[in-house]
Design a protein around this ligand. Sequence first.
Ligand SMILES: [Zn+2]
Length: 85
Amino acid sequence: MGQKQHEIPLHYRDGKARLAIRTGNNAAWNCACDRHEPLLGYSDVLDGPISSDVVCPDCGRTYRIVAPGAKKVPEYVHEIKPRDS
Ligand SMILES: [Zn+2]
């Protein structure tokens, strides 16, 4: 059966909607910058601890993998902080 790859919404701050991929309580997606490697992380609630934020090492955009509870099945990925200026 394998690990099914589910598509979930990805919300950039510029309003563009893309897709992230989740499996289990993890999700992966491409940053809005030119970074080639995907970002990857585990889920948390929208206002959960900052330690569960995913920060792009290239541009500093910060994302949260949003779920109904910590490490639950992700519902969407949300960009919570824009790129470093
Ligand atoms: Zn980036």
